[in-house]
Design a protein around this ligand. Structure first.
Ligand code: KMH
Ligand code: ZN
Length: 303
């Protein structure tokens, strides 16, 4: 086996609605359970959003984050990575609160503003009215991450001692990140997540992954960043996982980004998606890292 690979699992998401799939965990108990299941299947990192337990609406509630983060820590040793991306309508202050208040060892850090369209998701008859409205509202939604936001977040992450996972959706976001580096606002080595396949940003194709990876290498130097690929949708999620496995990267799967295990079958759990990613790793001779192995690869010292 060659270089170790770690897998993140994005458990529930903030840009989807629970009516899209009964498998999407909603309550704190369901999110904790699903995260523990993903860890047991081999994920080293669990990426966390929280939802209003009654409705399933994405929310930036600190009490819910605390409950979920501590619940996962009691159940398993996964790196618990909350979002600072949040969901539609949340301010940057609301989104950043989990970092400041909970000081997680890692959290996501979104590297630029862009249109984030999920209005093409199928409207199912079982969806509540707010769910259809939530999806539709993204026809007119900009996921706002201005330079002022990026500068402020950089300071907050440093103060909290939280390692950012830099989410880049488009090639320009890498140049934004290079700007932060020039300003002395990032600590090397970086960890970059190439999130490809969002409507409004770059496509989940091998060419685009290659383009972004080459750009990151030119900007930062191959030895100064670790990277992972997250394909949004099916088959993008597994195509990008396979590409990352072949090229020495790490991978992210999970119901936040994709609801299918195969072209014919919808996923029943996050663990199922992680199982498939682990099987791909085995087939492509990459040795899966456990949570402490991932901490070592990421230079995390606070596990
Ligand atoms: N839902 C995504 C496509 C974040 O939470 O900070 C990206 C994401 C961002 O996971
Ligand atoms: Zn997320």
């Amino acid at each position: 086996m060659s270089a170790p690979v770690f897998c993140s699992c994005a458990i529930t998401g903030g840009m989807s609605v629970p009516g899209q799939s009964a498998a999407i965990p909603v309550t704190p108990e369901e999110i904790v359970d699903s995260a523990a299941g993903a860890r047991a299947a081999g994920a080293a990192i669990v990426h966390i959003h929280v939802r209003e337990p009654e409705s399933g609406k994405p929310i930036a509630d600190l009490g819910l984050f605390r409950e979920v983060l501590s619940g996962i820590a009691e159940r398993c040793d996964a790196i618990v990575q909350p979002t600072s991306g949040g969901g539609v309508g949340m301010t940057i202050e609301e989104r950043a609160r989990v970092v400041t208040a909970c000081r997680p060892e890692m959290a996501t850090f979104n590297c630029g503003s862009f249109n984030f369209g999920i209005f093409q998701a199928r409207k199912r008859p079982e969806m509540a009215r707010w769910e259809v409205e939530y999806l539709e509202s993204t026809r007119d939604y900009v996921f706002k991450n201005t330079f002022a936001d990026l500068h402020r977040l950089s300071e907050l992450f440093r103060e909290a001692g939280t390692k950012p996972e830099y989410e880049v959706y488009d090639v320009g976001h890498l140049f934004n990140l290079a700007h932060l580096a020039e300003q002395g606002l990032v600590d090397f080595p970086l960890h970059v997540q190439f999130v490809l396949g969002v409507l409004g940003a770059n496509a989940a194709s091998l060419d685009q992954l290659g383009h972004m990876r080459r750009t990151a290498t030119e900007l930062f130097g191959a030895e100064r960043f670790t990277w992972s690929a997250a394909g949004v949708g099916y088959p993008g999620q597994f195509h990008l996982a396979a590409a990352a496995l072949m090229q020495g990267g790490h991978m992210r799967v999970g119901l936040e980004d994709n609801l299918r295990v195969t072209a014919r079958r919808r996923a029943e759990s996050n663990a199922e998606l992680v199982d498939k990613a682990m099987a791909l790793a085995g087939l492509l001779d990459r040795e899966p890292a456990d949570a402490d192995g991932a901490r070592e690869l990421l230079g995390l010292t606070r596990g």
